[in-house]
Design a protein around this ligand. Sequence first.
Ligand SMILES: [Zn+2]
Length: 205
Amino acid sequence: MFNICPACGAYTPDKKVVHAKPKSRAICPDCGHAHSFLGLPILFLTGPSGVGKSTIGLMLQQSCPDVVVMESDLFWIAPLQNETTTRTELMLRVAKNIMQAGKPVLIVGVALPQHFAQSIEKRYFSAMHYLALTSEDAILRKRLQARPEWRQCGTEAFIQPQLQFNQWLKENAANRTPPIQLLDNGNLTIDKTHQLVVTWIRETL
Ligand SMILES: [Zn+2]
């Protein structure tokens, strides 16, 4: 739909995009025809496993009508498991279609600016904003070990990469483009974390 020019029929995923309010424009490189669309920001709630992303995401779906909350796990399907680019581009294409109804999409899952460095689809969003939940290592470890055994999150093989990601975020979030906002929730209740995430969403939008 987005990729086919309504004037000349050319198929172009990487149209030139000009963001403006109330409508942005996507311009066909073949004939110059511009079709308008709603170019909104996309938001990401990221962070290591065990930090509370899913719990907060579930709460936001009920409490925060400002955004459409979508989990990145939706795209973690067998044919795409090793197809990172296809998976992230599909996720952005779905978000792009959803936002045409007037609401930005908030993706819950592991996502970082560098994952979209080569993305064709990111041009359709007026901005990309990231909030990472982090915690103290000991608290994160305890939360992962407390998960039901069938989830297999209590092993060192699972825990160590999560602790590394937790640390990486603390050291590198500020120097990303765009910078990743951090919210350390080690000493916060889930309700307080939820409240701060809602505040971040509203301030960001
Ligand atoms: Zn055209």
